[in-house]
Design a protein around this ligand. Structure first.
Ligand code: LLH
Ligand code: MG
Length: 379
């Protein structure tokens, strides 16, 4: 089999999630947004698709020369080739772009063989318990604007069936943010509302100082939190060693720092985190995320996968170590997460009443695109 084409379709859709000046999503007025999907085509007509964009210049200049004519089952070789091309092209050939290509190749392989990706990887389970992962805090009355609002939303999520809850608290440019005391107040209100039995996690402002992070961690220990992630700039691994050394609370990371499995290996070696972290978009696809899961397993560590979506879900269902939770969201009291985006016929991660997200059984990743919407709104 040979790859004969790769193309990007970009289309319009109506969205009610807006981005603030720092890039965090919040509910907002209905507006026109853009989405892209990338499709790789093999010479027998089999296709593999992933959501995400690639600019035309990167597609023509870097991606096509690396993959056209290649056997799509040589995912590891293609991934290594793209990784090497990143060295001189990191500003355009990011890990997110490499991830889109890698995930599309996994989708293609699954479709060619008639197997869901998690079974190609080596299945371990068919469903994963989800945690409710909130949007970042805001100043919308009745939204996520006060500690009490987080508490009320946590109760609502509990009633929906979520076994666990993670707060993303207030970050700039929201007035008054960041503020470690306000973060603690929100965590305390949520704990008080849901009781001691519910696993709770915090993902706060990502640029706190060492002392602020230590204060947060010590307060979360008193509140019986399960973990804290990314309270400081992850480029300073030493700061995470410093923090982990001082806390019993589990530190989960790294999430956004560059370096794929290499960075995670260094974090393990230096004791910078207790729970390893990474998602397909952060590390360059399913191929490296599986390497990282095996790395965590080899060191007897848990790995919590960052972010939702089909590709992360398939990896979670092929991990022999927990991988305790699927990150479902980002959620907000004003946004109906159960409603599919206009370009999908169904959401990627339906959750049952017990709080389990089930992995699709269709060949490949299990996309169910609304092609009528996509083709009718092409840009
Ligand atoms: O900063 C944000 O908007 C969120 O923290 C986001 O990055 C989210 O994906 C996350 O960190 N989840 O764990
Ligand atoms: Mg996070």
């Amino acid at each position: 089999m040979k790859i004969v084409d790769i193309h990007v379709r970009t289309f319009r859709y109506a969205s009610c999630v807006i981005r603030d000046s720092e890039g965090h999503g919040h509910p907002g007025a209905n507006h026109e947004a853009r989405q892209s999907i990338v499709t790789i085509v093999a010479d027998d007509g089999t296709e593999g698709t992933m959501v995400g964009g690639i600019s035309q210049s990167v597609l023509d200049g870097l991606v096509k020369p690396a993959i056209l004519g290649q056997d799509p089952f040589y995912r590891e070789r293609i991934w290594q080739t793209l990784k090497e091309r990143q060295r001189l092209n990191l500003s355009s050939l990011s890990d997110r772009v490499v991830a889109v290509i890698d995930c599309a190749l996994w989708d293609l392989a699954g479709r060619a063989l008639g197997l869901p990706v998690y079974k190609l990887l080596g299945a371990y389970r068919d469903k994963v318990p989800a945690y409710a992962s909130t949007m970042c805090g805001d100043d919308l009355p009745g939204g996520l604007d006060t500690p009490e609002a987080y508490a009320a939303f946590a109760v609502q999520c509990r009633e929906r069936g979520y076994p666990a809850f993670k707060l993303h608290t207030w970050q700039p440019p929201i007035p008054g943010a960041p503020d470690v005391r306000r973060d603690v107040a929100a965590c305390a209100a949520v704990r008080q509302a849901v009781g001691l039995g519910v696993p709770l996690m915090l993902d706060p402002y990502h640029y706190y100082s060492r002392e602020q992070s230590l204060y947060l961690g010590r307060e979360l220990e008193k509140l019986g939190f399960a973990w804290m992630e990314e309270p400081m700039d992850e480029h300073s691994m030493s700061s995470y060693v410093w923090l982990s050394d001082r806390l019993d609370l589990a530190i989960c990371g790294p999430e956004t720092v560059e370096g794929k499995m290499h960075a995670r290996a260094e974090w393990i070696k230096h004791g910078a985190a207790d729970i390893l972290r990474g998602g397909v978009g952060d590390v360059g696809g399913i191929t490296p995320l599986v390497k990282i899961a095996h790395l965590a397993e080899s060191f007897g560590m848990r790995m919590e996968v960052h972010g939702g979506g089909l590709a992360n879900l398939h990896v979670l269902c092929a991990m022999g170590i927990p991988g305790q939770f699927y990150e479902r969201g980002l959620l907000h009291p004003f946004v109906d997460y159960e409603e599919p985006a206009p370009w999908l016929n169904r959401i990627e991660d339906p959750m049952d009443d017990e709080g389990f997200v089930h992995v699709p059984q269709q060949p490949g990743l299990g996309w169910d695109f609304n092609y009528a919407h996509i083709e009718g709104n092409l840009i």
